[in-house]
Design a protein around this ligand. Structure first.
Ligand SMILES: [Zn+2]
Length: 172
């Protein structure tokens, strides 16, 4: 796993202040801990990035659900593929239940086709999942977002700090 994360000390502070992840952070070296590990200032549970309490959780759900407006279970699966926090199911349920686009789609059967899930990909490049994660506190260098690139084939996770105004073409 390779991680490159300049300028994100505050993420670790959010984890330490979190009611669930705080004790986990304090207990990382314990022999009881077989799940969690720290890479730079990011906490992982296996391949999942641990997300502390805050607007970041909602942003993640919104980004992943908004791609195809898939149902509750599929949205939960998408979020769990890359992220972890203790109340993940409750927050995904609540978000999908209240999603305006989904409510409209349910009410009008003729529009249902617009919200079909994306076809299952078969090409190698689709093993790369790219998610924009927004809403981090501003760092000294002015970064307020992380561009997360997960290569599921090689199990590599890359974090690229950027600004909300960054165009996708300029990230590389
Ligand atoms: Zn929706």
């Amino acid at each position: 796993m390779s991680v490159s994360v300049p300028g994100f000390e505050t993420f670790q502070e959010l984890l330490q202040a979190d009611p669930y992840f705080g004790p986990v952070m304090a207990d990382l070296d314990s022999t009881k801990n077989r799940e969690f590990f720290l890479v730079d200032s990011f906490l992982f549970r296996g391949n999942q990035l641990c997300v502390p309490e805050g607007s970041l959780r909602l942003h993640i759900i919104k980004e992943l659900h908004g791609e195809g407006h898939v149902g509750r279970d599929r949205t939960l699966q998408l979020v769990r593929d890359s992220y972890f926090w203790p109340t993940i199911r409750r927050e995904v349920d609540r978000f999908v239940e209240r999603c305006h686009v989904c409510q409209v789609a349910k009410g009008k059967a003729t529009n249902a086709g617009l919200y079909m899930p994306l076809p299952i990909p078969s090409q190698p490049w689709t093993e790369l999942s790219m998610d924009f994660v927004l809403g981090l506190p501003r760092t000294q260098r002015g970064f307020d977002s992380i561009f997360v690139v997960v290569d599921k084939f090689s199990k590599m996770v890359h974090f690229i700090p950027c600004k909300k105004t960054t165009d996708a073409v300029n990230v590389a």
